[in-house]
Design a protein around this ligand. Sequence first.
Ligand code: BGC
Ligand code: NOJ
Length: 811
Amino acid sequence: MHAMSYGYFDDDAREYVITTPHTPYPWINYLGTEEFFGLISHTGGGYTFYRDALMRRLTRFRYNNVPTDSGGRCYYINDGGDVWSPTWAPAQTDLDHFEARHGLSYTSIAGERNGVRCEVLFLVPLGTTAEVHRVRLTNTADEDRSFQLFSLAEFCLWNAADDATNFQRNLSLGEVEVDAGTIYHTTEYRERRNHYAVYGVNSEIDGFDTDRESFVGLRNEWSAPQAVVEGRSRNSIASGWAPIGSHQIRIDLTAGEQRDVVFVLGYVENDVDDKWESPGVVNKTKARALLDRFATSQDVDDAMRGLRDYWSDLLGTVSISTGDPRVDRMINTWNPYQCMVTFNMSRSASYFESGLGRGMGFRDSAQDLLGIVHLIPERARERILDVAATQLPDGSAYHQYQPLTKRGNDSVGSGFNDDPLWLIEGTAAYVMETGDLTILDEAVPFDNNEQDTGSLFEHLTRSFHHVLNNRGPHGLPLIGRADWNDCLNLNAFSTEPGESFQTMETQDGRTAESVFIAGLFVHAGELYADLAAALGLDGVAGSARDHTAAMAETVLEHGWDGDWFLRAYDHFGDKVGSSECIEGQIFIEPQGICVMAGIGTETDHANRALDSVKQRLDSDHGILLHQPAFTEFHVELGEITTYPPGYKENGSVFCHTNPWVMIAATRLGRAEEAYAYWKKIAPAFREEISELHRTEPYVYAQTIAGRDAPRHGEAKNSWLSGTAAWNWVAITQHIIGVRTEIGGLRIEPCLPAELDDVQFNRRCRGAEYRIAITNRATGSPAQLTINGIHHEGTLIPYAAAGDVVKITVET
Ligand code: BGC
Ligand code: NOJ
């Protein structure tokens, strides 16, 4: 395929620079780091919300829209009748120059037309519940210019699901207040809401609108609102229908002159007793203070500096230099950035996740921890306790919970039998990173019931035993509704369209077993035993290891198909993922997880499993989930067989699972193979095939269409996926090979020949480790020195906080 360029990495600025509006799909970024977030595309599309994309949405977003990415943050210029948008959309007028820069929690988009340059910087400053948009206008011509600038944001009536469905009520509900150029969206503030949105600007205005129809016109499109085209705001006050915020500002610029206008779109909460300034008039004190903080362009510069410092400091935790900029930019910037975003969003809000359901996933959030424990350990700690509080007393878990309430989500319920084990994985990652064993003693409720609490360690114990207590005929773990693969629904037997494969169970569930959960049990069980030992509970640790050893035996006895690990036994006790099957003969998940867990590594099972992966599942675009893909619907297998062959769970490259095989490969010293797998899916390596790949070249996508699909190589569902955290683990902890253990820092690189000289710096527990790796790809055990002195083995004791430790490694 002929390579087409849509942009490039600016590594020093830590930005991806997009040079055309015409990318193969909207390429988005996220604003916000803590509580207030925005999704923003390279043409300014997207929306903004406070904490919960479902329950507290400030601006409206339309799904299934045409074009896909419309609305959002709109700015228009009417220059003597010539209407254009600096972000290209929504006006879509051709620009003389276009450039969008997606940086770490900010985006800046610049357009230029007929001698007017307009650059809009979008950010959510630290500690702020608002988006700041700085519109920088420059007259690049050599004559005076005068034109009209219009802003536009369309408000969502807070609950995004209700907003998109309940029109009989909502079209009569909308309320606003306008106070000297500042627009307040106050729908439902009179009744049970104590929050409003504010859209203000640090300039005198020449007009405003708050009623969509008055501004846009009933039959116009976003590209050409009536008020903009005519250059004249209506000063409308919304009453019902669709409230918006729009300002009109006349801009006069002499030749070469530049002017900044700062808009703030924010969220304000008042005390119930302090809601009103006077009867019917909203209390605006906090809103005014918010606008005051960004009264000048200098204030925005300061906020940007704060944001940059925040990220530089965070990303300084790990840094690498390999000589290959693609590797370095993944590890230094984009992979950790994506890990932070997935941690914040879980799987809720992206251009593929509507933000209407799927709050925080139990297994998702637990795995996201693996990518961020080294960056924000305090927030990881809090998240672990939140997730654990949704665990049920028998050790099972709510599959999801809402971030605003932190309550388990009843509509999805529980019954995904791998879920509990991920809590062990996430907690262990945190403890290994920080050494903080006190978290294990924290009292945490079951099912959010304060009357029923246990220590976090007790929660992990119940996770472990939930698997042991729920085994099937072969002694393997029962799968329940599904395991990691949400679409392998062995107890659903769904025959009616529209039924949820994930929430329906028609069988008693006492037969179908998962080899994947067995492998995960061994992997997580070892970590559980390590934690028990660290607490001094040697008896618990010993018995846990006995159980994992027994499970590993069971896997080799009943979960081995001859050349690879089986995937499961179905409701009838028939094999899934076996050479005896017609379709779906081999699955990636058990090969990755079982070998990672060390099952069959003493014998030749593990190597044979990875040979089979290579022969049967490897493709040009990554490792396929299974082969052959299913061409027919199988009621006994569930949703996995509903996708056309090659898509999603039916045999795509499901990128989350590839790093398990990479890690497994490093365990067996298969260095070249591990790295080759990584390069096939790492976005910076796929940048050159962006036209085919379609989604952002700076972040992983969940899925890349598999070999059986017509669009093999095309990615979907970018951003929010366990892919981010697991690839981080694979590349940094197993290929580069630097990982935390309870007893020290383990340094065991498993590098391909092409990475022969690697400098890897890692901050951990307050000390700094500067690790220089010389790789001759000998395959023999690494030789280490610490501060110039030979060190036996590959485990480095943790240094005191403040120490700088110099390490050399030869392999
Ligand atoms: C998707 C899965 C997802 C599940 C969640 C399925 O349709 O293919 O990736 O985890 O829905 O409900
Ligand atoms: C996406 C879900 O968020 C995740 O939990 C699941 O493991 C994968 N899909 C595979 O089905």
